[in-house]
Design a protein. Structure first.
Length: 125
C-alpha cells in the first residue's frame, strides 16, 4: 500500500512538472526566436520570456512539483522513485499532443511504450 502512495505522489509531482513545461513552451512559442548570431537578440528574447505570464505560471507549477518531489524522496528509495520519475516523458508526450498540437509518430509512440515497460519493471521489483 505504501508503494501505491509513493507512486501517486510521484505522478502528482510529474503532473505539476509537465504542466510547468507546457506553460514554458507556450511562453516561448509566443516570442520571436532569437538570431543565433546576435547576443542582443538573446538578451531581448530572455527579457521577453521573463516578462511573459505563462513563464511564471510554469515556474510556479514546476516549484509545486519540486516540493512534492521532496515528499517522495522523504518516503521512498531513490532507486525506486527516480525510474518512476521517467513517467514525465510519457506524460509530456501526451500533454504536448493535447495542449500544443504536437504530432505523435510511431517512433515516438514505440519509445514511449518502451519507457513505460521499464517503469513498470522497476515499480514491481
Amino acid at each position: 500500500m505504501i508503494k501505491l502512495k509513493i507512486v501517486m505522489l510521484i505522478l502528482l509531482a510529474e503532473f505539476w512538472g509537465v504542466a510547468g513545461q507546457i506553460f514554458y513552451k507556450k511562453s516561448v512559442n509566443s516570442i520571436e526566436t532569437p538570431n543565433l548570431r546576435d547576443i542582443k537578440s538573446y538578451v531581448k528574447f530572455l527579457k521577453s520570456v521573463l516578462a511573459a505570464p505563462a513563464t511564471w505560471i510554469g515556474f510556479s507549477f514546476i516549484t509545486v512539483g519540486f516540493l512534492v518531489w521532496f515528499l517522495v524522496l522523504a518516503q521512498a528509495d531513490l532507486s525506486l522513485a527516480f525510474p518512476i520519475d521517467s513517467m514525465q516523458y510519457v506524460l509530456t508526450l501526451v500533454a504536448a499532443h493535447i495542449f500544443l498540437g504536437e504530432k505523435v509518430n510511431r517512433l515516438k509512440l514505440t519509445g514511449t511504450i518502451l519507457v513505460m515497460g521499464g517503469i513498470l519493471l522497476v515499480a514491481i521489483s
